[in-house]
Ligand binder design. Structure first.
Ligand SMILES: [Cu+2]
Length: 123
């Protein structure tokens, strides 16, 4: 029952913030300038934003932080930090994974770009 509730919540949150039913991701600008979809359970970095800026995942989910923007970012988590989740730090390209096991809304921001912030919520 609890799983079904979470699924319903995730789908409705997805619809509200546009993270997409089948994708779960936001839209990012691809190398050719066209929009591509950020994969499931992934926060993609654009030039100066996280997309999606907020992501809701079930406890124990591995969340990928992907930077294909060509711009250096430095995401760090704000206190209180989710147990076992360490800062991403400098990421010029590629993907870093973090596992979110505890319920809460876990905020993070990029130390390089003012206003570049996001969160992962575990219901
Ligand atoms: Cu940044």
């Amino acid at each position: 029952m609890r799983k079904i509730g979470l699924l319903v919540l995730c789908v409705s949150v997805s619809a509200a913030i546009g993270c997409g039913g089948s994708s779960g991701g936001g839209y990012i600008t691809g190398p050719g300038g066209g929009n591509t979809v950020c994969p499931d359970n992934t926060i993609c970095m654009t030039g100066s934003t996280f997309s999606p800026a907020s992501l809701t995942v079930a406890a124990g989910t591995i969340v990928s932080f992907t930077n294909n923007s060509g711009v250096l970012h430095h995401p760090v988590f704000d206190a209180p930090v989710a147990p076992g989740v360490t800062d991403i730090g400098d990421i010029s390209s590629g993907t870093v994974n973090r596992t979110f096991s505890k319920s809460g809304t876990w905020n993070f921001h990029c130390t390089i770009h003012a206003g570049m912030a996001g969160s992962v919520t575990v219901p």
